[in-house]
Design a protein around this ligand. Structure first.
Ligand SMILES: Nc1ncnc2c1ncn2[C@@H]1O[C@H](COP(=O)(O)OP(=O)(O)OP(=O)(O)O)[C@@H](O)[C@H]1O
Length: 261
């Protein structure tokens, strides 16, 4: 199945139209069309090598698709990795990507500065100082919203892994994105941390933000997502609600015995 563009009255937050990615002779994504509705959480699942990371990379502009196009809120969208925040798109990375020599607060502020016009001001002009104070205040609020304000002054590499994951999430959320891309956020987390992550992810659409969740952790995807897309060998083999995906024999086949419901 490929076409499932639904509500024609309002454009989806993100539309992927016929996305194909080839690496030499290998087709990593094969004409994938998928809508991410506004204010919804959409999971992308699939076995190893299915094309999940490749899809994420296309949405982030790491490389352009070989064929196909993207739209953001109905406008043609050519993502550029260094301009994503300004497009209203934020992401977390599998490897966290925090600056080890910076505090938790400074790491979050870096996420804001990436989206602002001048980046962080290095000259301590009065206006610049005020602006930096505002950025720091917003960053602190982002940390507090995730319950980790108490770690603001700690160097990020001294923090427990679960807290670092939250710092990375705060850095993505601080820019108030309209599209949040989460790349395997549950990787390396304990069961309790994953439950907490699930409740955090569920709050994101409250601000109208859409979420794309690329994740191996099937339980988390089933738990938090409004809709789920399943890739297998680069093809979109299923798209639907968690209940529909859990009952889809093609999905069960793709996972070869891995329990999905
Ligand atoms: N830069 C690249 N050059 C060549 N082949 C690549 C490249 N990136 C990915 N591939 C291939 O494309 C296919 C899809 O890979 P991708 O990493 O997107 O899958 P995935 O679903 O994210 O897998 P995993 O769950 O193991 O991370 C695989 O066969 C992979 O080997």
């Amino acid at each position: 199945m490929q076409e499932q563009h639904t509500d024609r009255s309002e454009p989806p937050r993100l539309r992927l139209d016929g996305i194909t990615v080839r690496f030499g002779g290998l087709t990593a994504l094969d004409s994938v069309s998928l809508d991410i509705p506004a204010g919804r959480i959409v999971g992308v699942m699939g076995p190893n090598g299915a094309g999940k990371t490749t899809l994420f990379n296309v949405i982030c502009g790491v490389f352009p698709p070989t064929e196909g196009s993207l739209e953001l809120d109905g406008q043609g969208f050519t993502p550029r990795p260094h301009n994503l925040t300004r497009s209203g798109v934020a992401r977390t990375l599998q490897g966290l990507g925090l600056f080890p020599g910076l505090t938790a607060l400074q790491n979050v502020t870096a996420g804001l500065a990436a989206g602002s016009r001048g980046g962080l001001d290095l000259l301590a002009l009065p206006g610049a100082v005020r602006r930096e104070a505002r950025l720091a205040e917003r960053s602190m609020q982002a940390l507090e919203a995730l319950g980790i304000g108490g770690y603001a002054a700690s160097l990020s590499d001294t923090l427990p892994y679960g807290i670092r994951k939250k710092v990375a999430l705060a850095r993505a959320l601080v820019s108030e994105p309209r599209l949040l891309l989460l790349d395997e956020p549950a990787g390396g987390l304990s069961h309790d941390d994953i439950e907490e992550l699930a409740s955090i992810i569920r709050t994101v659409p409250g601000d109208g933000c859409s979420v794309v969740l690329v994740e191996h952790h099937v339980d988390l995807v089933m738990d938090v997502c409004d809709r789920i897309a399943v890739l297998d060998f680069g093809r979109l083999i299923a798209e639907g609600t968690p209940a529909e995906i859990g009952a889809d024999p093609a999905v069960a086949d793709a996972y070869l015995g891995v329990e999905v419901a």
